[in-house]
Structure formats: C-alpha cells, structure tokens
Design a protein around this ligand. Structure first.
Ligand code: TRP
Length: 400
C-alpha cells in the first residue's frame, strides 16, 4: 500500500518501573560504537510491560505476561528488529507478528490484549502452522486447558498444505487479576478462498452453531459477488465465563449504511451506532482503501442468532497520520463517556516518535455490541518493531 520508512526503534524496557521507550541512536557511522541489536522479544516485551502499567496490571503479573509473550514468539524472539522480518506476518502492516489492543468496558479499567503469530519465524505456511500449533499446545499443557475444539476443526483450518495469509494466531486477554483468557484465530480460506463459505459453515455445524450462523451465512452469500467474505474464524479456549466462537466478515468498499446493515443480523445490536462509528472515522464512505470488518460472536445463549456484533474500522487507512487517528479514537471514546487518557498513555508506551511522523500505530477502532452489555470500544495498536509507515499524502479531511 505505502512505501516504508525506516523505523527508529524504541529501546525495550521491562522490570519494575518499566522505562519509557527511548529513541535509538542515529544510524551507525564509521565512528559510532557497535551496539547490541534490539531483538523482537525484548522490544515487544518492553511495549507489553509498559502497556500493563496502563491497564493496572501489577509488576508480578507483568513479568509473567512478558514471559508468555516471549514464549509464544519462540525462536522469533531472538531475531533482531533491524533485520528483515522472516515471514510476511499478516498481523500488522510492517509484519511485526504482535498487535496490542485496549478495550474500554463502561466504568472499569481498560483491558489489555495481545495478538501473536506464533509461527512467524517459520519460512513456509506448513511450518508456520506446525510451530503455532506446538506453541499453543505448550500453553494449553502449562495452563491446563483443552484444545478439543481446535482438534475437531483441524482438518478444516490446518490442512497439510494450508493457504495464507495466516494459519493459527493466539491472543491473550491479560486481566489484572484472574487467569489469562486465550483466543485462537484460524483462516477460513485455509483450504482455498473459494471454499471459505463451505469451511466456515461446516465448522459452525460441528460446533452446534449451524442455525445461529444462518443469518450471517445469508448476509455474506447475498453479497459474495461484491467480494464480501470471511477473514477469521476464532475460538475462545481456556477458562472463559462464556466462551465464544467468532466469525469475521469483510465488507469491501462498504458504506457506513451498509456496515450498519451488517449488524441487523444480531438482535439488540443498534445499526445506527455502527453507522456513527464509521462516519466518525471516515465519513459516509465508501470505505474502499481497507475494508470494514464485522465480527459475529456465538455463544450457547442464543441458538437462532449471533449473540454479538463488532465492527472494526481500519482507521489507519482513513487518516493522514496517527495524530489524526488518536484524535478520532479519543472522540469516539468520549461519545461513550470514556476518558481518552489511556490512549495517550498507550501510545507513549509504544513509541517516542511524533504521532504526525507516521500512520498505522492505531490500526483499528472497533465497537462491540453484545446482548444487554453496554457497547464497548476497542483501540488496536501496532508494535512498529520493523517499520513506520509514512503519513498518507492522499487523505482529504473526512468525517465530521
Ligand atoms: N492486519 C490484518 C488487517 O489489518 C489483520 C488484523 C489484525 C485485523 N488485527 C485486526 C483484522 C483486527 C481485523 C481486526 O486486516
């Protein structure tokens, strides 16, 4: 999409008073001393440690979370970030295999999550899948949760020769107290994009959600000629109060009104809120630079419909730079009565670069509506371990 600019990496932090990221020295010239390379594991553990401070996670838990992240990265943790990424991870635009998010539940502290591509160091997709499955298996063994659902679906999503752009990702919900929540992300197009509908329908049938999935299946099938399709299939595993299955649907070139329509399959979700979110970020659309993405969630609670809808807006494609993205994020949070200060703290935890110097540090803004729960906003943050994307040159001001 954009040409890349080199990144001036922040120095990894960690430890008790997790230090802020520091700018790297200027590029080595003939006289400069050789410095130890910054490694991906250190770099991301530093960011995660500082984000833990934002989410009110204490020093003991923070160290444990940093260790889990490093373990999930496996051999990738030791790779220097000034070298090229070993594989083009689809987690983020610069291919860092890690993305963070903060969710803002009404009246409570923000909740921190981290998404990882555990097979990132592998050179082929079959190896990526094997490595990721092994990493998730180790986590399950360590924490004592089962992977029965993943095993039951493995022929659908983890075939011997999987198609890209991902095989198996793992996200951790890092709570200040209590066990870490684990979510797995799979590729509906693993057996080929043209079989994604069949793959997702079969998976939903096996998991007992065939009927609840039907309104979503119809919505996508009616729009598949325009390119609407599936992006992820996600499973909550481990100790969740109410584990969910989630199906992510892309809406290429959709308008704000069309995105609102996507929420109509979910009883209780307010389409107008979805349209408002889109308008706040990018006007009425069409959103044709990067697609809007819906996420439908399914629990045992409703056997006829999805129980929740989330709309993800790739804000990074609709703003000039991250100062503008930050302003949209804060404005959105304010609409929901949430103070924007944690967003500023999170941005400072990630980088020291000026927000106007790049775009993509805030990758998505999302709104989730589920049952009687208050709507929740989530902000997604890139690591930028490898690169910073330059500000967009072609963005006329949009939105209100
Ligand atoms: N980087 C990919 C994208 O932008 C995948 C992705 C990462 C994603 N985080 C996401 C998609 C959050 C939707 C929501 O599409």
């Amino acid at each position: 999409m954009n040409a890349y600019t080199p990144h001036r990496a922040g120095r990894p932090g960690g430890g008790a008073a997790t230090p802020p990221p520091l700018p790297a020295p200027d590029p080595v010239d003939g006289t400069a001393r050789r410095r130890a390379p910054v490694r991906l594991g250190h770099f991301t553990a530093g960011q995660l440690g500082r984000l833990c401070d934002v989410a009110g996670i204490d020093a003991w838990q923070r160290t444990a979370h940093q260790r889990v992240l490093t373990e999930l990265l496996g051999p990738a943790a030791t790779l220097p970030v000034d070298g090229p990424p070993p594989s083009p991870s689809f987690v983020s635009d610069d291919h860092t295999p890690v993305e963070y998010s903060l969710t803002f539940p009404a009246g409570a502290a923000p909740v921190l999550r981290v998404l990882v591509d555990p097979g990132f160091a592998a050179r082929s997709l079959p190896d990526n899948a094997r490595t990721a499955w092994a990493a998730v298996g180790r986590l399950a063994a360590q924490w004592g949760f089962g992977l029965g659902e993943l095993t039951r679906l493995s022929d659908l999503f983890l075939p011997p020769e999987p198609h890209g752009p991902l095989t198996l990702w793992c996200a951790l919900e890092l709570r200040p107290t209590g066990p870490t929540g684990v979510k797995l992300y799979l590729n509906p197009g693993a057996r080929g994009g043209e079989r994604a509908m069949e793959t997702v329908t079969e998976a939903m049938t096996r998991l007992g959600h065939a009927r609840a999935f039907e309104p979503v299946r119809r919505h996508v099938a009616a729009r598949s000629p325009e390119g609407h399709g599936f992006m992820f299939f996600a499973l909550d595993v481990g100790p969740w109060a109410e584990p969910r299955v989630k199906v992510y649907v892309v809406h290429p070139g959709a308008t704000a009104a069309a995105a609102a329509d996507a929420a109509r399959a979910v009883p209780g979700a307010c389409p107008e809120r979805v349209a408002d979110l889109c308008r706040l970020v990018g006007g009425d659309g069409p959103f044709d630079r990067l697609p809007l993405v819906s996420c439908y969630s399914f629990t045992g609670a409703d056997t006829h419909h999805p129980t929740g809808h989330g709309l993800h807006v790739p804000v990074r494609a609709y703003v000039r730079d991250d100062a503008e993205a930050r302003e949209r994020a804060v404005r959105l949070l304010r609409r929901y009565g949430v103070p924007g200060e944690p967003v500023d703290r999170a941005l400072a935890a990630l980088t020291v670069r000026p927000l106007t110097a790049g775009v993509g540090l805030i990758s998505y803004l999302s709104l989730v509506q589920a049952g009687r729960q208050a709507p929740r906003i989530t902000t997604y943050f890139s690591s930028e371990a490898y690169r910073v994307l330059p500000p967009r040159q072609d963005t006329a001001p949009q939105g209100d």
